[in-house]
Write a new protein. Sequence first.
Length: 161
Amino acid sequence: MIKNERGAAAALVICMLPVLVITMAFAVDLGLLVWYRFTLMDVADLSALAGVQELDLEALADGEPRLLSGEATAAAVDYARANVQARLGATALNALEMHVQIYNGSEDSPLIHAHCGRELIHPTVCLQLSLPVPFVLVGHLSGREDIRVTAHADAAAVWRQ
């Protein structure tokens, strides 16, 4: 039987403390990245839907659904900027990169999606958002300050018969 075991638990805690702190730092930063990704996905989805509502009503009356490119782009951009500002703040808004593409495809003349290569037969708004997310804790350990998070969404005006 060992008579002097005093301090054994303290030594174990001291040895495990750096591992616990590093694990906590990774968990916090990973949670932050996931939260930013889901927020950007929500913003991209809703912004693409806002843009696809800008239909050319005269063409629609003639039976040809088509988007007004300038108005659809402006609606998607305005909606994305307003939502990023409201959800993530002005700093994120200033760092936000946004790419909007409008496709006025039809069954007679389908277009090819530049991002994924699929065929588009309906008027479609494609929106890609990209934002650098700063590391809270891991950046100090890894020497990297941020990681870029992206989200992509498409919305199409589908003709109902």
